[in-house]
Design a protein around this ligand. Sequence first.
Ligand code: IMP
Length: 191
Amino acid sequence: MKLVFATHNQNKVKEVQEMFPTQITLLSLNDIDCTEDIPETAHTLEGNAILKADYVFKKYGYPCFADDTGLLVDALNGAPGVYSARYAGEQRDAGDNVHKLLEELKGYAKRTARFETVIALNLNDEQHLFMGQVQGEITTKKSGQKGFGYDPIFRPKGYHQTFAELPLAIKNKISHRGKAINQLVTYLNSL
Ligand code: IMP
């Protein structure tokens, strides 16, 4: 079975590929020559994930899943949340986002946060949703070279390292997306 993962982010494809059974061929948007930026105009993670999965199924005809992730910081009342990618502006730059968050939290002792992921699967116009989250805290400075996005400043609960310092196999086991992908894989295996 060929299944599209509606993302241009090769880091995500690499993460997710490791969790998929070999009988499913995972295709990225680049693999199906979809170069456009799929609109993410909803105001919820769920809404955006559904928009992306439906867009690919309708335009390209492939079964498809899409994820949308938010980083919810307690001291900022859940910001940046659904706007995590554009937190520091439309350029969607990870370095700028990390810098802004560290500035916003300067002087805060309470730095708890969580990542939440929603995955929408569109299988021949049938919709399924899967969710995952991980609790942790925002560090006071960047550590680690692995991963992407906010990884260098997110330390999952129970660990001394940030996501950018932990091996990918551990991140996949405990992360928001890892948990949601696990549910997706379990569902696909049951078909
Ligand atoms: P998206 O919905 O996957 O595009 O993610 C929204 C924002 O959260 C982007 O700025 C991503 O870089 C960031 N993000 C998503 N997943 C992760 C992750 O696993 N670690 C760190 N940042 C992430």
